[in-house]
Design a protein. Sequence first.
Length: 379
Amino acid sequence: PNGHGNEWKNWTSGSDEVDEFIHEIQRNANESREFIEWIPYDKFKNVEYVARGGFGSVSKAVWTEGYVKWWDCKRKIWKRSGEDSWDGYEVACLKSLDHFSKEFFQEIKNQLKFRKSNNAIAVYGITKNPEGGDFVMVMQYAEKGSLRSMLNENYNKLNWKKKLDILRFIASGLSEIHKEGLVHKDFHSGNIMMADESASYITDFGLCKPIISNPTRDNKIFGVLPYVAPEVLRGKDYTSESDVYSFGVIMTEVFTGYPPYHDVSNDVHLMLSICNGLRPRIRRPVPRLLLDLIHRCLDEKLENRPSSSELTRTLKRYYVDVNLENEESEIYRQVISIEEDIARSQQDYSIDFSQLNSDTHSTAVYTSRLLPRPDLFSA
């Protein structure tokens, strides 16, 4: 993309900083998925609010042209996705941040970096909402929404193979982040977007930082309380092991269908309880090998937690054994044994999600927020 066309020069975002950032990305891009562009807001139709996160809001919109796919050498034009799509247009996700800062640029850079290994959702460019004047990231729209919303829709249809498939994808994405020497720092089921019922992308790289030089800024903790590791709640720095703890919480969610601590007050008392050893309740039978893996991820001692690369290898092996119905494998035998036990007991572990919503405590918050200061625990 960096060598073609003059059309990239005939625009301005109205901000020299944003213009230079986009130009820098374009100069260094070697393929379309490393590339972003300035997209005038009037290119989007039917903009529809979807959800609010901890640091901004998300909308979806019809984008008739769609994103840049490749350079047509004969016609000397860019080919775009809207021309090839079934509907004749692309659906884009528009993410605006409450406070425009250098984190906005860092989030895009991180997302482009992990996009190369297909572990992050595609980012196509930047636009500006004329109403509020906010700069907005333009990204791929994930049809199934977040992992949490996908579980709300589909949990009762998921078998063990599908659950393992979901988790191995997520572990692989987390492993790629850690291989780059970064920690995510805001890892929860709302930040994992689902292209379908198993393929996932990690999003929200705004807090993603190098493992080294990673002080907890101003003693402030941002995150979704049920997923935050106890050492972070006590004021220690985020580490890759803290992300692995969050992954362990996500495992409980995928295996049981329930959001962590949904029926208790998400307040300082829960923070203290987590620091004192409380962990999410496992509300249905789970194979012993998988329970052991959860318990290792949620271990108080960081050195006892598996690495994200070990998680990826282990979950991939378990997935393959269950998928192939390998009767020689311990994981497959445990899955069959649990299903037989459930059938004999006639216990129904399906979830009524309308009931779950009414059972959810009014203070159970699953978007990132500023949590109480850790010096509460130093008394």
